[in-house]
Design a protein around this ligand. Structure first.
Ligand SMILES: *[C@@H]1O[C@H](CO)[C@@H](O)[C@H](O)[C@H]1NC(C)=O
Ligand SMILES: *[C@@H]1O[C@H](CO)[C@@H](O)[C@H](O)[C@H]1NC(C)=O
Ligand SMILES: *[C@@H]1O[C@H](CO)[C@@H](O)[C@H](O)[C@H]1NC(C)=O
Ligand SMILES: *[C@@H]1O[C@H](CO)[C@@H](O)[C@H](O)[C@H]1NC(C)=O
Ligand SMILES: *[C@@H]1O[C@H](CO)[C@@H](O)[C@H](O)[C@H]1NC(C)=O
Ligand SMILES: *[C@@H]1O[C@H](CO)[C@@H](O)[C@H](O)[C@H]1NC(C)=O
Length: 395
């Protein structure tokens, strides 16, 4: 708790943005109704689909997508460089990233090394910057994830991707710089083998891990950041210093989506794999009771909390705090999410009502880049870009 509070206040001071972010209330509002199908000022637009052909060599898989998006990726990478240079003005960090980081690449597993090399070559961005861009997603994901089960045992999975906190505030229109730059980079991906879908996911162009996705008919998976003193920075430092026995989280979730063939197998891997940073993994299956939130430390899982419709637990909600602790007082998205689900009732669960919950401030906030709705058994997967016009809280 202390660590998190320090982190927040330090970053607020550093960014000098809190005063601006704290616009006139109300930051919260009544549970939204009839917001679906999406329209109006909180809806930014649809997300384009791209096919990623897993039969191609890893180096070539991302070429079409990243050549479309290269100019946008460059803008984002430049913003991140500006953040790094603001902290260490000598330019030493970027020098290290460009020249030293690729030397570590030899130790990256599976297809990831080649995929990132392919992306670096097509975008003409130095490989070290593509790697840091990929590491960056392991660290700044504030999110809300929900799994629900209706009276017939049918599951739905929804999530808001909140991203870009502390990385700079645009005073002209009260938005987070990085969040805004990520919206045009948001893509839906259809990963195929033999021209058949293996899994679908939503990601940011240039990132090869996966934080939001599903395997039609089998399971759905989302990842939320978990802050902890023994956290991601330490894990990544250890990894750079040579302890390579842990997996990047985004690589683990991508591998699970690509290669696991059941809810149970996915759950087993997500619970047991040693990872570089703590995280919450939210996993849904294809039948009654198959839904869980896995709270991970780097080595172990601390808690696996499951749906239990017989005992009245017909939904799971996860934001960025351990369920047995109160949320950070300035960032309680958990209570409004639960309250709106309670009001929705188990009788009226649908993409429409889930979207209503995910459209209610502060569950929807200025960090929200997109909302995804997943129906594993029906094979339905929808992602919508979001905006949160004033008055709206910064997170
Ligand atoms: C169910 O949800 C829809 C969509 O928000 C809403 O229009 C409808 O009034 C709700 N029905 C009940 C019985 O609450
Ligand atoms: C805010 O301004 C930035 C930079 O001009 C722009 O990219 C972004 O789309 C704007 N966002 C909104 C919600 O108006
Ligand atoms: C996939 O479909 C394309 C066009 O429909 C075809 O040319 C190609 O041979 C197919 N590939 C495989 C692996 O079946
Ligand atoms: C999935 O499994 C295949 C076959 O074992 C392997 O080549 C591939 O690298 C795996 N994918 C990921 C993302 O780990
Ligand atoms: C549900 O998933 C299991 C594996 O976890 C699979 O064996 C089964 O066929 C799936 N059921 C349906 C209806 O797709
Ligand atoms: C939601 O309903 C459950 C079960 O009735 C209750 O325990 C919980 O306090 C409610 N939460 C909110 C935020 O209203």
């Amino acid at each position: 708790m202390t660590g998190r509070r320090c982190l927040l206040s330090w970053l607020c001071a550093a960014a000098v943005t809190c005063a601006v972010a704290q616009q006139a209330p109300p930051w919260t509002e009544d549970c939204q109704k009839s917001t679906y199908p999406p329209s109006g000022p909180t809806y930014r637009g649809l997300v384009p689909w791209y096919t990623i052909n897993l039969d191609l060599p890893p180096y070539k898989r991302w070429h079409d997508l990243v050549s479309d998006k290269a100019p946008r990726i460059k803008i984002l990478v430049n913003s991140l460089k500006n953040v790094a240079n603001a902290f260490v003005p000598s330019g030493k960090i970027m020098e290290m990233v460009d020249h030293k980081l690729p030397g570590l690449l030899g130790t990256l597993p599976g297809p990831f090394e080649e995929e990132m090399k392919g992306i670096a070559d097509v975008t003409e961005i130095p490989l070290g910057e593509i790697i840091s861009f990929n590491i960056f997603y392991e660290l700044f994901t504030m999110c809300t994830s929900i799994i629900t089960e209706d009276k017939e045992g049918h599951l739905l999975h929804g999530r808001n991707m909140d991203f870009g906190v502390f990385l700079g505030w645009n005073v002209n229109n009260n938005t987070w710089v990085v969040t805004e730059e990520l919206k045009p980079l948001t893509v839906n991906l259809d990963f195929q083998r033999n021209n058949k879908t293996v899994f679908k996911a939503t990601s940011f162009a240039g990132y090869v891990g996966m934080l939001t996705g599903f395997k039609p008919g089998l399971f759905s998976l989302t990842l939320n950041e978990r802050f902890s003193m023994n956290g991601g920075y330490l894990g990544i430092l250890e990894w750079i210093l040579g302890r390579k026995d842990a997996t990047w989280i985004g690589f683990m979730t991508r591998s699970v989506l690509e290669n696991s063939t059941s809810y149970e197998e996915a759950k087993n891997i997500l619970t047991k794999t040693k990872i570089l940073a703590p995280a919450y993994l939210i996993l849904g299956g294809n039948q009654s009771g198959e839904g869980c939130v896995i709270t991970r430390e780097r080595k172990d899982s601390l808690d696996v909390f499951e749906l239990n419709p017989k005992q009245g637990r017909w939904y799971l909600v996860q934001t960025n705090y351990d369920r047995w602790k109160s949320p950070f007082f300035l960032d309680d998205r958990r209570t409004p999410t639960q309250m709106c689900l309670n009001r929705t009732t188990q009788e009226n669960l649908s993409f429409a009502t889930l979207y209503d919950v995910l459209s209610t401030k502060p569950v929807l906030n200025k960090l929200t880049a997109f909302t995804t709705l997943i129906d594993v058994t029906k094979g339905q997967y929808e992602t919508y870009l979001r905006d949160c016009p004033d008055p709206c809280i910064g997170w």
